[in-house]
Design a protein around this ligand. Sequence first.
Ligand SMILES: Cc1cc2nc3c(=O)[nH]c(=O)nc-3n(C[C@H](O)[C@H](O)[C@H](O)COP(=O)(O)OP(=O)(O)OC[C@H]3O[C@@H](n4cnc5c(N)ncnc54)[C@H](O)[C@@H]3O)c2cc1C
Length: 387
Amino acid sequence: MQTIDHGRHQDIRDAVRALCAEFPPEYHRKIDEARGYPEAFVDALTKAGWMAALIPEEYGGSGLGLTEASVIMEEINRSGGNSGACHGQMYNMNTLVRHGSEEQRQRYLPKIAAGELRLQSMGVTEPTAGTDTTKIKTTAVRKGDRWVINGQKVWISRIQHSDLMILLARTTPLDQVRKKSEGLSIFLVDLHEAQRKGMSVRPILNMVNHETNELFFDDLEIPAENLIGEEGQGFKYILTGLNAERVLIAAECIGDGYWFIDKVSAYAKERTVFGRPIGQNQGVQFPIAESFIEVEAANLMRYEACRLYDAGEPCGAQANMAKYLAAKASWEAANACIQFHGGFGFAAEYDVERKFRETRLYQVAPISTNLILSYVAEHILGLPRSF
Ligand SMILES: Cc1cc2nc3c(=O)[nH]c(=O)nc-3n(C[C@H](O)[C@H](O)[C@H](O)COP(=O)(O)OP(=O)(O)OC[C@H]3O[C@@H](n4cnc5c(N)ncnc54)[C@H](O)[C@@H]3O)c2cc1C
């Protein structure tokens, strides 16, 4: 299948594909069935240096851009795996690289690059605030050389497979700030220490094998030096991470999209009903062709978002649009794939139902489709604010 990205970053693609080939679909299927964590896979990615792609070379990483990082994530999903187990490391890293102090970078980045520490978690979402992030209720109050955290988070992923988390908390009450996006700060939390000192974790069983949790903070004390960047500016910093996250997830959806199209095309050529391959029927061909066109188009927006991000230019619009288009395209491809597998699409051994569940998540997280539409309507088209 000749695609838009054919030949782009081929060296990275070949190397990641070779690594992924050591973890065939059966591996990911078994992990999914056991609701386990692909420890060996993430370890192999870490040892090969892929999880440190965005860490600058002076801190032991490979100093690549978001474009290359997105290719790594895409290839994992394209191989039949699920980057959801490890993509946090990529976008969280950038928050530390771009906004952390030199001391924080020296202290954490080399260890993360060496695989001694994992920074897989980011705590933003809360049960009452939902998408209305500036209304979060988790607070951080400065007491001497500590910050004291109280509150609750929900849907915080990979806590059980991470050493560190980036946490968003309110440091100035909402009624005392000029703009609602001010007065929020981000912190680096040592998850092992936190679980001994006031943070409790309740896993959430969910539709995908995505390790995610409720977190409760009861007077959790963290050292003052764990504040990232300037106090009160955390919302701005978290947006950098969120843009990177959207672009990476767009790339994962592109990988999923190609996986579904490959899978269903192969099946439609081989499955014979009414004396001919099902793929000979245009009723079968057209939805597959349509989703291929949509994946290809989404891929162009993904590369544009990557280009802008790597150039340090504003990329909020392109990151959101890439995520929207790619999640939609992969979902269309998933539907065509499951539909034309007939009953077999529902059998775990075909991997279609697993990938179908996995790609469905991206209509909702990390930002739901409606919120992207709202962003485009208000911030790009200048339509009246809705909320
Ligand atoms: C498996 C999983 C993993 C996750 N991992 C993380 C994580 O690691 N860290 C983290 O911080 N969060 C994480 N999340 C949270 C995720 O980012 C949120 O679920 C998502 O942003 C949607 O927020 P919400 O669930 O609060 O929905 P709500 O904000 O309650 O919205 C519910 C629905 O209403 C719609 N809606 C709300 N307001 C409007 C409006 N004004 N106009 C139109 N439609 C509207 C939304 O589009 C959505 O479909 C995860 C979620 C899941 C399911």
